[in-house]
Ligand binder design. Structure first.
Ligand code: HMG
Length: 502
């Protein structure tokens, strides 16, 4: 029998700060976005899109600090020694450096935190929009299955900050957070089914972020269509592989093969569109007359989106969605899109839901539908290990707000916008010229020339992180950016991280 490999422990980390999308943000944005009323915007965002709160990183946080925080939580949850890890892969699309892997920064933070040396750890960063962490997980699992590891554990971390332009339709689908997963043989949480992962890729322009931009460029409605067609193709591949490997037909109801369906969640409503696509196409082809009779129309629908909308209102769909998908959506509703980790936030939500509702997940098959814009999708499956309860995570501790007795704090609009517009460099101008520009004063000819030259040559200097909204405590923080460019020492733009105790 093949070795069982999978996820032994999972932990999430979410920044303390969040924007309450039903409060000040909605009051101000309703007119700016041309909505009929504040209630109409709140209805659209909370019901139509499905998100209430979006996490925002504070001035001392970035993808590397969030990844390191998730890592120490996963290591604590598994109760292992960090020296038992020899592979640390980070999936991200919001890197902190164009060259150095975030995994190396995380490794340094872990070494200092635990007071150990971890020199023999592989530290790749894997990027492909929101599917990067899934590719990292696949690499970690394959490495262990192939017997290439010298230590029992691989650490796979997804970490991202989802950022769109203020006052755009993407703004309320932002978020930030990291999910860390320890991968090993005989995992206590989830066994990945070998040979079933089905992946597809196509060259698309639905969503991307040019090197010079801090916010994503997205064609929102188009991106939804690409997401749907990619996961449908990957799902068909999973079914074919299932048939080949098990030498049996998927049966009259292939959807019955999956007890839970976890989707990449850019916003919770997307999981509903995705479920309608997967279940709709599967049900239409099913050899079950009773099922076919329960669908909106017989035969091939002409307008697919309209048909799926009708399907989404049927009792059959609502019940199936409530059972198989809804339990995985609390993370997306409370945090927003965390890009590469959104699918794994869904897994954390499912585990948390099972613990609070006392639902037994042992031996259940979970279908994972990963998607990354640009575009690639993967469908794979895992069986929940009977020992999973020992590895349960406390999602409430991450998601609860201060009003609910938790650690999260609502941020006011002005502070959120200031954090959003922060840049790590600024034009390198003389202080007097800088002050005159900020004050909107007229410039002399010489000053105009200096400004033009600085713009043309992109002469910039490093800006240090602003003061935090909530001062860091018991967490990793970006403490400063290097500024030296001497012949004997250079660290210009290098990131220094530290553990800030209470
Ligand atoms: P939008 O223009 O804000 O929303 O765009 P809308 O007008 O399409 O409305 C959304 C839904 O709200 C509709 O529901 C409305 O009817 C409903 P539907 O018709 O679809 O059933 N609605 C209301 N419901 C209740 N009460 C009301 C109300 N008003 C309207 N008062 C969009 C939404 C998601 C397109 C936008 O936010 C966006 O562009 N987001 C960013 C792109 C995105 O997330 N794309 C997802 C697929 S691509 C992906 O997942 C990859 C990604 O994660 C990146 C990566 O891979 O790295 C993004």
């Amino acid at each position: 029998m093949a070795t069982q490999v999978g996820i032994d422990a999972i932990a999430v980390h979410v920044p303390r700060l969040f924007v309450d999308l039903t409060g000040e943000w909605a009051n101000v944005r309703a007119s700016e976005l041309g909505e009929a009323s504040v209630d109409a915007l709140i209805g659209k965002v909370t019901t139509g899109v499905g998100v209430r709160r979006m996490a925002v990183p504070d001035a001392h946080e970035d993808s590397a600090t969030m990844a390191a925080m998730a890592a120490i939580k996963a290591i604590a949850a598994a109760g292992i020694d960090p020296r038992e890890i020899d592979y640390l892969a980070v999936g991200t699309e919001t890197t902190v450096d164009q060259s150095k892997s975030i995994a190396a920064y995380v490794l340094g933070m872990l070494e200092r935190f635990y007071g150990v040396a971890l020199p023999e750890v592989s530290t790749p960063q894997i990027q492909f929009a929101c599917i990067g962490a899934t590719y990292a997980l696949e690499a970690a699992v394959s490495r262990i299955r192939a017997g290439e590891n010298r230590k029992p554990y691989a650490l796979v971390i997804s970490t991202d900050i989802s950022r769109y332009a203020l006052r755009s339709a993407g703004e309320y689908t932002q978020g930030a957070g990291a999910v860390a997963m320890l991968v090993c043989e005989q995992p206590r949480l989830l066994i990945l089914e070998p040979g079933l992962m089905s992946t597809i890729s196509q060259d698309e322009r639905d969503f991307f972020r040019p090197n010079w931009s801090t916010t994503a460029v997205v064609d929102g409605k188009y991106s939804i269509g690409v997401y749907l067609s990619c996961i449908e193709a990957a799902w068909k591949g999973w079914l074919e592989r299932y048939q080949e490997r098990s030498h049996e037909q998927p049966g009259a109801r292939p959807d019955h093969l999956l007890d839970y369906m976890l989707f990449h969640v850019p916003f919770p409503r997307m999981a509903e569109y995705a479920a309608a696509r997967i279940l709709g196409s599967t049900w239409r082809e099913a050899a079950d007359p009773e099922l076919l009779a329960a669908l909106p129309d017989a035969g091939e629908p002409h307008d697919r989106a309209a048909w799926e909308r009708k399907l989404a209102k049927t009792e059959l769909f609502r019940q199936t969605f409530a059972q198989k998908v809804e339990p995985s959506l609390s993370f997306g509703r409370n945090v927003g899109n965390i890009y590469s980790g959104a699918l794994y936030g869904a897994l954390a939500s499912l585990l948390d839901w099972a613990a609070t509702t006392e639902t037994d997940l042992s031996h259940r098959r979970i279908g994972f539908f990963a998607y990354g814009s640009g575009a690639s999708a993967a469908v794979w499956s895992g069986i929940v290990a009977p020992t999973y309860r020992k590895m349960a995570i406390n999602l409430a501790a991450e998601l609860e707000t201060d009003a609910e007795g938790g650690r999260r704090v609502a941020v006011v609009l002005a502070a959120y916008e200031r954090l959003h517009s922060h840049r790590e460099t600024e034009l390198d101008l003389a202080p007097e010229l800088q002050a005159r520009l900020r004050g909107g004063e007229p410039l002399s000819a010489a000053e105009t020339q200096e400004l033009a030259l600085a713009l043309e040559t992109q002469r910039v200097r490093v800006r240090q992180p602003d003061p935090s909204i909530v001062a860091p405590h018991s967490e990793f923080a970006l403490t400063r950016l290097g500024t030296e460019r001497r012949a004997d020492f250079t660290d210009w733009g290098y990131r220094y991280y530290g553990w800030i105790a209470d």
